[in-house]
Write a protein that binds this ligand. Structure first.
Ligand code: ADP
Ligand code: MG
Length: 273
């Protein structure tokens, strides 16, 4: 395998994922309707859709926080949904998540060093005397001053907290990080610095991202490919832009060209000249 083929190694394949929720008045609501997503090593796949389109449901299924009704997830070729017990626990290390508001997931009584090292501690992979050094190493990775280790989450800004969330996610050296609206609550300028950080970490480690957001322009700055989700279904694959099929896809495309963005990665504007 040459280098390029190697970097295109498929690590995740979600196939025909379906998930429904019971409706209050009876019947069921299909939140994920035969969703297919493939992710390669070192790549960023965007999943973009308006609120309620089923993005977080898909993330929760991948994280095994909730069960799919049907479908298959292959992670490094292994059937993720069939794993149980210790096998599942080990695979969980490899897929980490960062959230819109990481602080909500942080214990406010713990110092940042404990928060960052908690996942490693939970796996019994770090002894108490090594927590401080490891936390500082991770703080350097996310460009935060090392003395942040001594602080509590509520003394940090939103952007700093998100960096701590990234450090905490990276500490287990995952293959995939699922970013569910991870920058959506931040100011645009802070958003950009977090995106730059995520890109640098990807270059350095080869981690793959599933980047979930409702903002196509933002996803376009960051992602190698984008899937557009609507009412539980993937309705567009942006690699296939010449064949935008839905009004929704067209509307989203219009909205991105009305914003000043700088470097665009996925879209080739000449297609629309
Ligand atoms: P998104 O992340 O794209 O905003 P979600 O996956 O959170 O979308 O939700 C998709 C749809 O499923 C929404 O209509 C939401 O109300 C519904 N939904 C999500 N979670 C539940 C649940 N636990 N019970 C019932 N309905 C849910
Ligand atoms: Mg969501």
């Amino acid at each position: 395998m040459n280098k390029q083929q190697e970097s295109r190694k498929e690590i995740l394949r979600m196939e025909n994922i379906c998930k429904s929720y019971p409706l209050y008045r009876g019947g069921r609501f299909l939140a994920n309707d035969h969703v297919n997503v493939t992710l390669h090593q070192g790549e960023t796949m965007g999943i973009v859709g308006e609120s309620g389109s089923g993005k977080s449901t898909l993330a929760r299924i991948l994280m095994r926080i909730c069960d799919a009704d049907s479908g298959r997830i292959l992670f490094h070729g292994r059937d993720l949904l069939a794993l149980r017990g210790e096998e599942l626990r080990q695979v969980r290390r490899s897929i980490q998540m960062i959230f819109q508001d990481p602080a909500a997931a942080f214990n406010p009584k713990l110092k940042i060093r404990e928060i960052i090292c908690e996942p490693l501690r939970n796996f019994g992979l770090l002894s108490a005397e090594n927590v401080d050094a490891k936390a500082r190493e991770m703080l350097r990775l996310v460009d935060l001053p090392e003395d942040v280790a001594d602080r509590y989450p509520n003394s940090l800004s939103g952007g700093q907290r998100q960096r701590v969330g990234i450090a905490r996610a990276m500490i287990l050296q995952p293959d995939i990080i699922v970013c569910d609206e991870a920058t959506s609550a931040l100011d645009v300028s802070v958003q950009q610095t977090i995106i730059q950080l995520l890109k640098r970490i990807q270059r350095e480690t080869g981690v793959s991202y599933l980047f979930i957001c409702h903002d196509l322009a933002l996803a376009n700055m960051f992602c190698d490919n984008i899937l557009i989700m609507q009412k539980g279904r993937i309705v567009e694959d942006i690699r296939d832009l010449r064949h935008v099929r839905t009004n929704y896809g067209r509307h989203l495309l219009d909205s991105i060209f009305s914003v000043e963005l700088g470097k665009r990665k996925v879209f080739d504007e000449s297609l629309f000249a």
